[in-house]
Every structure is written in C-alpha cells, then in structure tokens.
Design a protein around this ligand. Sequence first.
Ligand code: TXA
Ligand code: MG
Length: 351
Amino acid sequence: MARPLPDVLPVPWPADLPAPPARTEEAVARAAQVLGSGGLVAIPTETVYGLAADALDAEAVDRIFAAKGRPASNPLIVHVADTAMARSLAATWPQAAEQITASLWPGPVTVIVPRGRRIPANVTADGPTVALRCPEHRLTRRLIATLGRPLAAPSANRSMQLSPTTAGHVLEGLGNRIDLILDGGPCGRGIESTVVDCTVDPPRILRPGPIGRVELEAVLGGPVLDMTEVHDGAPTMPARSPGTLARHYAPKTPLEVSATAADRVESLVQSGKRVAWLTAQIEDPRVRSLASSRDLLVVPMPSEPAAFATSLYATLHAIDRRSLDLIIIDAPPDTDAWRAVTDRLRRATKA
Ligand code: TXA
Ligand code: MG
C-alpha cells in the first residue's frame, strides 16, 4: 500500500545562537514524538543523513531494516548525545574508546565496544559488540537529548545505494517508506564516519572515514591497523564488519577510477559513449580540448581530500539523473588523507 510522502521540516540553527529558533525547536519536538511512538525520522549529521529510530525499541529498529531493504546481518550504529549515554550502552568501556571519544567526540568517528544489555539484539545483528557515535551536528544531539534515548541510524538510503548528503536525496531514495525528514542542509563532511573496533588491541579501522589513521594513532599514542588496506588486490584481513562487503555506496551509472583518465575518456568518447569525467585538472589543455565534445561532461572536483569527500556523493547523485554510460574519476593520490575517498571509490567500482 502506497504511503504519503513524509513532511520535510527545515531545521536551521544559526551558529551564533546558543539555542535553536522556535520553528526548529518545534520540528525537533515533533521528530522526538514520532521517534517516541516507534516511527522513522531521517536526520542530518555532519557525515551523511541517517535513518533514525529509537535504538532501545526493537520493533522500531526492525522498521529501519525493512525501509532500507537491509539484511538483518548488517548491524547499525547507535547515536548518542554524549559520552555518558555511550557508556550506559556498553558492557565495558575499553581504554581506546575512552581516548578516542575524549579527544574526537562529538565528531565523525564511531567506536565498536562490548554491547550492553539495554541494546536490543537486532541493532547489533545478534553480535556481542555495539557501534556508538556522537555526531558533531548539534541539531542531532539536541534531538537525542530531547528524546532522552539513543538513536539507531544507518545512512538514509536503500541498501547498496549511495548515501544521501541532502534531504532531497533522502526523499528521492526512501520517500514513502519513512515518517519524517529533518532538513539540516547539505552535510559538511559528505562521507560516512570512520569505524574503529576498540575491542581488540591494537584497535582496528573497519571503515576509513573523515578521521584518518594518522590522527587516531596520535590520539591513542600507539598503532592502529587499517583492515581495509588492499595489498595486491586483496584486503589485509577478512571483513569483520558486514558493511565492508565489497560493493557498497554505488551510483547507478558504472564508475571507473583511472590513472590515465584522459586517454581512457578520449577512447570512450571516440567509441560513442556518453561519459562524465570527474577531475581536478580542469586547467589542463588536454581536458579543455576533450571538454568540447558533446558526449563528455567534465565535472570539476576539488584537489583537496576533505573538500573532494564533501562533494563526492552529491556529484554522483546528480550524474545518476542524466543516465550517462560511464563515470571516469582520476585516481586519487595514495596517501592517508585520501584513504576514505579511495575506499568509497573502490567499493563503488566493484561489479
Ligand atoms: O557517518 C555515519 O556513520 C552514518 C551517519 C548516519 O551516522 N551512518 C552510517 O551507518 O554510515 P551505516 O549503517 O550505513 O554503516 C554502519 C557501518 C556498517 O559498515 C556496519 O557494518 C558497521 O558500521 N557496524 C555497525 N555495527 C557494527 C559492529 N558491532 N561491529 C562491526 N561493524 C559494525
Ligand atoms: Mg550505509
């Protein structure tokens, strides 16, 4: 049965105001009410939009899996208002979790810790650990504090599709499957949080993200393993995080990463393909001459990794609407700062 489209409520909160404007506060109250009665609300965060339900309500959590078409074997991240709420959801609080959260929360890093008894089994896919994150986005923390309960929230997209970085993306992807959307504007980071397993020593990165390995090692004063680093085409270790399944975060248009993009683009266009080329080299004479082709869309991208991440998904969402044959992206540099972007591009290209 078709459901009506959800309301999309703007939730502006100017940086110079200590408390949100009255209309934003009303939207937060309404979202808390929907969540309190077991409903689903799409929420802004600094990384990507999340699809939230009361994390302590197993039936509401089941609705998240149904709305996304997500396998029950893939656990969810639980969002908290502060470290005290996080600790109340963990069976024990490892030292690595303490160090990471003390230095980097609120922020785009998720810690995996032993699961406390209050967390329903479906949140963690029956596993003994739980993923916890305190978002930088203060509107979302305010919502959690108003509700007084943690929020389970995966990215607000259908399973296997691109994560949303605007309320419009959420409406397009999940529209009639959810109850309400809070529109906090475009996400500042644009890429999902770093996921760190703190139940093992040394801690392990299960998903690279805005907080890189170098920064984590500085905070911990010791080594961190990146389980997603690829050597000779194969990951370092078998996945322990179901979300690290090879294909993920993929646009509908086939995507290719190329170290010799100009050559590749030229031969594709010559063979009659309609191509989008995401490149930072827009001043390059070769790019300029190719750009005059009717079948080629040159999309200028930032040359700095954080800015590249911020615009990546929004760019891919926009290109998907044009039904082109192929997306070509210049291969990023092989450095820690580009790890998260390289990881997402690798997953998006796996057939
Ligand atoms: O930035 C983010 O993390 C966004 C926003 C909404 O907060 N959320 C997000 O959630 O990306 P999701 O569900 O799309 O990705 C969660 C990832 C998945 O790869 C999942 O397998 C992993 O975290 N994960 C969750 N709980 C886990 C656990 N207990 N052990 C290992 N991996 C876990
Ligand atoms: Mg996701």
